[in-house]
Every structure is written in C-alpha cells, then in structure tokens.
Design a protein around this ligand. Structure first.
Ligand code: COA
Length: 254
C-alpha cells in the first residue's frame, strides 16, 4: 500500500508511503490520493485533511520512470484528478513536510491552506532542469506568494529552498523539529472540529475567489505545455541522465 489513509477525530490523513523510492508518486498513487480527497469531502464527520510522508521524506515528486511510461494525456489523468481535487477541496488541507519535497511536492503546498515543515525539509521545483515547465498553477502562485524575482530563482534556475527560505517565501506557515511536524499539523487540523464548517468552507472559497479563474487558465496552459515538453528531446536527456546517475548535457539544444 503506497498511500495510506486513516480518519480519526475529524481529520482524514493521507500518508504518502513509498519510502524505498523516496515517496516518488506514480499514476496509481495519484489516483489513490484523488480518491482519498474525494472520500474526505463526502464524509460528513471529516473537517480537515492532512497530507504527509515520513520523518525523513515528504516526496521526491513524480516517479520519473512511471511518468515517462504513462505521461498524463488530459485533464482526466490521475495527477490532474489529484491536483484538481486538492485545488478545489472545500475542506481545509494541511501539509506536514519532512525531508525533501521535490517538484509536485512543493507545488502542492501552494494549494494547501496550512503548511508546516521540519527544519530538515528541503524544497525544490526542478522542472526546467528536467526539460519541463512549471505546473499546476505554480507559475502564478509562487510569484504571487514570494515575488517574481525570488520565484525566478526557484522556477527558472531550480534552486532548492531550505525550510527557512520556504518560510520566507510564504510557502509554509512554520518550521518545527522533525518529530513534531505531523503532530502539530494534526493538532491544527483538529481545531476545525470546533469551528462552524460552513463558515470555514465559505471563507476558504472567498479567500481563493480573487485568482480562481486566472489560476484555472494558467493550469490549463501549464498542462498543455508540460505534456508537450514531456515528449521533448530535452526532457529525454534530463530523465536519462537521472537514471544513469550523470549530469545532463543540454549544450546540444538551441
Ligand atoms: N522517480 C523515480 N525514482 C526515484 C525518484 C523519482 N522522482 N526519486 C528517487 N527515486 C528512487 C531512486 O532511483 C532510488 O531507487 P533505487 O534505490 O532503486 O536506486 C531511490 O528512490 C532512492 O533515491 P536516492 O536518490 O538514492 O535517495 P537520496 O536520499 O540520495 O535523494 C532525492 C533523495 C529526493 C533528493 C533524490 O532521490 C532526487 O533528487 N530524486 C529525483 C527528484 C526529481 O527530480 N523529481 C521529479 C520532479 S518532477
């Protein structure tokens, strides 16, 4: 079981549980996470959702092998189903990040309501170095949170971010010791048990309403561009280099 789910005291937990592959996300895992969000949405007793990995890893992002074999072809692909379910979730979503949060692992934080990370967390959005482009609204939401120039270092140059930098860039709310992050995220999520659920949902909707339609447009553009670039020679070189454990050579491209 690579995605584990458990609901206790009004909180639906979604654990990415494939530590032997650094929680790299396959199509099947996206499907399970999308289903888990839908189930949490349907369950009247669930007030909030928590997404997490283990003490030393959140996720290495897309499983590169699986992604090349099963590239997303349209908006009904599992990765879209998951990100759309997350982006449109009416109930609050809390992320607890330990260790690496690569690619979609960082992108998804922009769609969560609250995000807590460990001091061992390391974030990155290496889409350009993979011959790809930003995804799921990150080309809008990251500059919006952090400012254009800071976002350019992270999205164009693919520079990694420490926990402190992620806090400064407003991608997370708070940094905690690694063994406290999940408990704290769950504690915060449980606070929604004592709040009026309609007020929470409506306030969340209103907070996102200002940039909802522009986010949807950007996501569609990113999706088309990403799908096209996934088939490119630049991406092939980047992906082969990862599995051959060598540096990619982009000097051949113009
Ligand atoms: N896709 C597929 N497999 C992955 C993976 C990914 N995104 N990330 C890690 N793995 C696999 C490795 O191939 C390795 O498998 P093996 O033991 O069968 O050889 C295993 O997970 C452990 O990874 P490793 O790189 O040895 O761990 P690490 O602790 O040294 O580094 C990361 C952890 C996350 C920093 C590193 O694995 C990494 O950079 N992964 C790629 C991230 C990436 O580019 N993601 C795509 C974003 S779109």
């Amino acid at each position: 079981m690579t995605i584990k789910t458990e609901t206790t005291e009004g909180v639906a937990r979604i654990e990415i549980a494939r530590p032997e592959k650094k929680n790299a996300l396959t199509v099947a895992m996206y499907q399970q996470m999308a289903d888990a969000i839908a189930a949490a949405h349907e369950a009247p007793t669930v007030r909030a959702i928590v997404i997490h990995g283990q003490a030393d890893i959140f996720t290495a992002g897309n499983d590169l092998e699986d992604f090349m074999k099963n590239p997303p072809t349209g908006m009904d692909a599992p990765v879209f189903r998951f990100m759309l379910a997350l982006g449109m979730a009416e109930k609050p979503v809390v992320a607890a990040v330990n260790g690496a949060a690569v690619g979609i692992g960082t992108t998804l934080l922009a769609h969560c309501d609250l995000a807590y990370c460990a001091d061992n967390a390391m974030f990155s959005m290496p889409f350009v170095s993979l011959g790809l482009c930003a995804e799921f609204g990150s080309s809008l939401l990251v500059p919006l949170a952090a400012g254009y120039h800071k976002a350019a270092e992270k999205l164009l140059l693919g520079e990694p971010m420490s926990a402190e930098e992620a806090l400064e860039m407003k991608l997370v709310n708070r940094i905690l010791p690694p063994n406290e992050v999940l408990d704290y995220a769950i504690k915060q999520a449980r606070r929604f048990n004592n709040l009026p659920p309609t007020s929470v949902r409506e306030t969340k909707r209103l907070m996102k309403a200002g940039w909802k339609s522009v986010t949807e447009k950007i996501i569609a553009d990113e999706a088309q561009t990403f799908a096209r670039m996934l088939k490119s020679a630049e991406a092939k070189e980047a992906f082969s280099a990862f599995f051959e454990r060598r540096k990619p050579d982009f000097t051949q491209f113009s």
